[in-house]
Design a protein around this ligand. Sequence first.
Ligand code: ADP
Ligand code: ZN
Length: 607
Amino acid sequence: MKEVKSPKRPLLYYYGIVLLIILVFNLFITPLLSQRHVVEVDYGTFMDMIEEKQIGVVQVEDTQILFTNLDETTVYKTGVMEDPTLAERLHECGAKFDRVIEEPTSPLLSLFLTAVVPILIFFALGQYMNKKLTEQAGGKNALSFGMGKSSAKIYVPSTQGIRFSDVAGEDEAKESLQEIVDYLHNPAKYTEAGASMPKGILLVGPPGTGKTMLAKAVAGEANVPFFSISGSEFVEMFVGMGASKVRDLFRQAKEKAPCIVFIDEIDAIGQKRNSGGYGGNDEREQTLNQLLTEMDGFEGNTGVIILAATNRPESLDPALTRPGRFDRRVPVELPDLAGREAILKVHAKKIKVAPDVDFRTVARMATGASGAELANIVNEAALRAVRNERTVVTEADLEESIEVVIAGYQKKNAVLSDQEKKVVAYHEIGHALVAARQSNSAPVQKITIIPRTSGALGYTMQVETGDKYLMTKEELENKIATYTGGRAAEELVFGQITTGASNDIEQATKLARAMISRYGMSEEFDMVALETVSNQYLGSDASLACSPDTQREIDRRVVDLVKQQHEKARKLLEENRDKLDALAQFLYEKETITGDEFMEILTGGES
Ligand code: ADP
Ligand code: ZN
């Protein structure tokens, strides 16, 4: 979710500036402007005017004398002279002693200067501020000072031309969206049968898996207009603005129907109401209510189809997902091996690739990468080719860029000491050897011990032999043993332990805890759920749902489990000490070892 900046501080800040400007204006500019019409005359003229009884009002000050003519239309000013009889003479000529401050002639002008100009400045600043805020918000939402209408430009013509064929993999998602396309092409077919389309479809999945792309592709395939807005853009600083924006959006959409409305990050407004401790956010609640009202308000067959994306489906208000609203849910998951290969190929079309690149191997290395990351990998590879003054991208470029995208750039100038390098080599081989001895196949694609900018000292590219949906208890235990293998090798070889295992410790603990509290893999607790996972896509931690006593017991079990596997790993390495040394030596010298080389050394002595 994009972070929505609290607008409070900038707003106060701008008000402060406006106030200051008005103050300055009043203090300096107003008197300046009004004194412009004061006519400066010499003392003689003043004397003459007294003689001729031409003085209306007079004000004698320490350094100057201000006076007006008889009908008070002009203000004059003159200096002060030593003149003891002045007051008397002024009195004689019938002058009124009073304050002569402003030019008394044009009350309109003074009104204009004191009232209208500051207000104008205020508005100009407001407009400027509005524009600034709009720019910050991506240029889409304009807020015109409570005047209600959003001049939001949300209409994107469908001729941008993203098609289903541009979205690789995600076949299930495409299949369920294909029906929408069909409906938009031929609504009569559906109305005849009395079927109505779902009004809203929720695309659910981790970030970067192509949800936005799929929505655009639906519009592209159906050749209809595409409205796109992000949920966070509805969250405005004034209560009611978001709701009016929703109204506006639906008004525009109905005018352009049939069309697709895409609301990205719908969780920004669609969160469960009153779930916060502070009694909820009025503005968001109103916006959500307006959205629900609008969705109820139009018939199923108006041709407006609303697609929304989120990676936090569990946080959505149930009212939003009930039938008649977003009642269809389309999962958009991370791509599997075949999916990754397809995505790589789609993006590789945009660059020049050597004919011998094996995309399957590259896809295998990029385990767990999302579509967006894969697109990034291809681009990084192209950049690397350019850096090396080539126009064709090779497989080595792709492999290197996977490491770059996942682990960061090579840190060329970070020099590990000889001893450190040895430790890292043993550590990485420790992991790989434990894994290999438990599964009898190459556990890695490649290991390098070149430091990365991400802080990793070594990097291990895992292989994924096939897609796995179920893991047995034994496999999970083996995995924990593999995590502990790095530290076990250090202990065995150097009799010393280092900080290098911190990530391994984290992973092993997480897995062990999940086995006990979520997967029901301990005898004590059997099939009792002791934890609940709040978000399946963002990988947030689970929260415990049991008594403190049970928690203590779980902690003990976790420690036992990890200890047991650590012991097992150490035994495995001890039994294979010669292999461990040979492999670590190889890695230490070459800095990189491939899965094939690894297996060759491992089975070398045996066959
Ligand atoms: P999301 O909306 O799920 O966060 P996007 O649709 O914005 O993800 O995807 C971001 C980018 O990742 C796209 O512009 C595209 O280049 C790439 N991408 C993601 N998934 C795919 C896919 N299945 N096929 C091709 N490209 C993809
Ligand atoms: Zn490790």
